[in-house]
Design a protein around this ligand. Sequence first.
Ligand code: COA
Length: 145
Amino acid sequence: MPPLFRPLTAADLDAMVAVEQAAHASPWSRTLLADSFGERYFTGSFWQGEQLLGYFIADRILDESTLMNICVAPSWQGRGLGRQLLEQYLRLCRERGLARLWLEVRASNAPALALYRACGYVECGRRRDYYQTAGGREDAVLMQK
Ligand SMILES: CC(C)(COP(=O)(O)OP(=O)(O)OC[C@H]1O[C@@H](n2cnc3c(N)ncnc32)[C@H](O)[C@@H]1OP(=O)(O)O)[C@@H](O)C(=O)NCCC(=O)NCCS
């Protein structure tokens, strides 16, 4: 069966924490993830049965949206799900009239940068030394679509 797409709910928090911690080198905290269900945010996720495969979290303000988090469980990466998640996000933005789209990504995150470029995002700036790394700091790449 193909994975099922649906919005996240607060009942999904345990599954989100597990995927978040497995997928990201610097995962969001449980508290930060729990704050993603406010009025200002919208989400999407893929499931196979009870298993959460990946999700995104975005905000919206007027006609703008920022993609704040997108991740796929490591065992599901490289199989097209990240692209499908991003395409679902872009579809929801179109349906909601969100015309200016933003995101930030670590300069070293080659898979994410390639995905965003492939879906039409372009680099529009950098925050120098914005993120902490194991060995020091790295830039945030600001992207716009
Ligand atoms: C970024 C991420 C969401 C991509 O999800 P995914 O399911 O692995 O990606 P897909 O299989 O859909 O691949 C889509 C595109 O991403 C890029 N990509 C994916 N893996 C890549 C890799 N290892 N190296 C380079 N590019 C890669 C390619 O452009 C690919 O398109 P292609 O298959 O036509 O070449 C996933 O790697 C992830 O969860 N990473 C950890 C969390 C993270 O860094 N999130 C983004 C910052 S918040």
